[in-house]
Write a protein that binds this ligand. Structure first.
Ligand SMILES: Cc1cc2nc3c(=O)[nH]c(=O)nc-3n(C[C@H](O)[C@H](O)[C@H](O)COP(=O)(O)OP(=O)(O)OC[C@H]3O[C@@H](n4cnc5c(N)ncnc54)[C@H](O)[C@@H]3O)c2cc1C
Ligand SMILES: NC(=O)c1ccc[n+]([C@@H]2O[C@H](COP(=O)([O-])OP(=O)(O)OC[C@H]3O[C@@H](n4cnc5c(N)ncnc54)[C@H](OP(=O)(O)O)[C@@H]3O)[C@@H](O)[C@H]2O)c1
Length: 457
């Protein structure tokens, strides 16, 4: 049902004499999917909303209990274990529902494209986060954390880089009181890493992190923090950037304070966190003794160059140095992936859209829209923003849905019954919300046992 043409003809295919309940399928149960569901349920009385996800667990990257209220709404259903692109094609829900909203996030990674990126021991931060969060696709990562004392995290300091540093540096007695996966906790308890280097191509003024997340890392118990004084020197262009952003000023102040507040020499056995600014990765180095494994990163020093409107970019200076390590975690950003038949802007890694309405091709012609197909969240905007950003994003997308629905009378659609019929024919074991709640209860019970008696798991 791919309709090309002006907005006026968009809902033509839905126009019949009778009106039927609005049936909506949302693909992806992260914040974008749930905010969209919540808004549609509120705005469209009588509508039925089905949220599908490729994994059995709802809520996407974060565990957010605020959404269980939405999932428990009698007009809303969650069906885990249904993957768009393999369990169902894009065409199938589009035929079964009046509206399909794609909110399936960003499940791949930006790449550096430099030599050695495929060496063993070089992982993306996404894979590492999936591993310690117990994501079904992260269980097999099994990163070697034992036979080394140094880890390098590239892409500093974005918030994901800080999350990863925190996992490597926090005492495991504290991690044991969180939701960390048991297999990750066991591996971290045996880990031999003492030094973590957070490497960024810009300076402390351009850090991409937020204050709360930086504070959490700087506040890790018994950690020795290293920041070179020379890296904290600021230029008039830096001053201008800080003048334009309170967050950037606050981050700079926190880093400056951390640089002077603690002794720079670690006491015996103390863990170290090194902030390395003005360096970009040039290539990964292969170990001499362990063929195929990473043994370090060759870094190029950078300098900042103003590009107008208060922005500065990092330029290579042609000076290089090596940083030895046993593991590298690349935290340079996530990337969305396309499914068959979906218009996709490969360069930006997003579905081309006008305020959430999917544009038929990459021409950017806003009159060429896909009938009944919408997008929300990281798949719509790119991999940026916190949970709450997806609320505004969902409001915009649902405004488009509402405007379009008002223009037509809804034809009958099979919706949920049709979808579950197809899953049944394909022997897909769908996990409903109640089924997931049972699994979650059991996992929480086991988690409690671990906290009471860490030996048990
Ligand atoms: C490591 C990390 C930590 C973060 N921590 C915080 C934080 O503490 N606080 C905060 O405010 N923000 C945080 N963020 C940002 C926040 O998580 C994002 O803004 C948000 O998750 C994006 O929402 P989304 O719904 O677009 O994508 P996601 O949350 O990624 O949800 C996408 C969903 O789609 C599903 N899916 C994927 N492919 C398919 C498919 N083919 N078929 C069906 N389903 C599919 C996925 O399983 C997933 O459930 C964090 C981000 C990261 C990467
Ligand atoms: N607790 C929270 O609220 C929380 C936790 C995690 C994530 N998040 C959010 O989730 C979003 C994604 O986070 P993120 O950390 O993945 O992304 P991010 O904030 O975009 O950070 C990515 C980092 O990678 C660097 N980078 C990109 N390309 C590079 C390259 N080729 N070489 C070297 N460095 C490169 C960037 O540096 P440059 O600036 O130099 O380009 C930047 O520091 C963000 O909006 C973040 O705030 C929030």
């Amino acid at each position: 049902m791919r309709i090309f043409g002006a907005r006026q003809v968009l809902w033509r295919s839905f126009c019949t004499v009778a009106s039927h309940p609005l049936r909506v399928c949302i693909v992806g149960s992260g914040p974008a999917g749930f905010y969209t569901a919540e808004k549609i349920l509120k705005t469209h009385q009588g509508s039925q909303v089905d949220i599908i996800d490729r994994i059995p667990t709802p809520y996407g990257l974060n565990v957010i209990n605020q959404f269980s209220r939405v999932a428990q709404n009698e007009r809303c259903s969650f069906f885990g274990n249904i993957a768009l692109g393999s369990s169902v094609s894009l065409m199938e829900p589009r035929e079964l529902y009046h509206v399909v909203v794609l909110a399936y996030g960003a499940e791949s990674d930006r790449v550096l494209g430099i030599p050695g990126e495929d060496l063993k021991g070089v992982h993306s931060a996404r894979e590492f986060v999936w591993w310690y969060n117990g994501h079904p696709d992260g269980r097999n990562l099994d990163p070697d954390l034992k036979n080394m004392d140094t880890a390098v995290i590239l892409g500093m300091p974005g918030n994901v880089a800080l999350d990863v540093a925190r996992i490597l540096l926090r005492p495991t007695s504290e991690l044991a009181t969180t939701d960390i996966a048991s297999h990750a906790l066991t591996a971290l308890e045996q880990n031999s890493i003492r030094k973590v280097y957070l490497v960024g191509r810009h300076g402390p003024v351009q850090a991409a992190c937020t204050v709360k997340e930086l504070r959490e890392v700087l506040g890790i118990k018994d950690l020795c923090i290293h920041i070179k004084e020379a890296d904290l020197k600021i230029t008039p262009a830096d001053e201008e950037e800080m003048g334009n952003s309170r967050i950037h000023r606050r981050i700079y102040e926190l880093l400056s304070k951390a640089a002077t507040a603690r002794p720079s020499q670690p006491s015996s056995g103390q863990r170290e966190l090194h902030f390395v600014f003005f360096r970009q990765p040039d290539r990964f180095l292969e170990s001499y003794d362990k063929k195929g494994y990473v043994s370090g990163v060759n870094l190029e020093k950078t300098a900042l160059k103003g590009v107008g409107s208060g922005k500065q970019i990092a330029i290579g200076t042609g000076q290089f140095e090596n940083l030895s390590c046993g593991i590298v975690l690349k935290s340079i950003g996530y990337k969305s992936v396309a499914v068959d038949g979906l218009p996709f802007d490969d360069r930006k890694g997003v579905v081309p859209n006008v305020k959430g309405r999917v544009v038929s091709d990459n021409s950017g012609d806003p009159t060429s829209l896909e009938n009944g197909l919408y997008v929300c969240g990281w798949l719509k905007r790119g991999p940026r923003g916190i949970i709450a950003t997806n609320l505004y994003c969902a409001e915009e997308t649902v405004a488009g849905v509402s405007e379009d629905v008002e223009q037509g009378v809804l034809a009958p659609k099979l919706g949920r019954d049709g979808l579950l019929g197809i899953m049944d024919e394909r022997n897909v074991r769908v996990v409903a919300f109640s089924g997931w709640e049972r699994i979650d209860k059991e996992e929480k019970r086991k988690g409690c046992l671990r906290r009471v008696n860490p030996e048990r798991n």
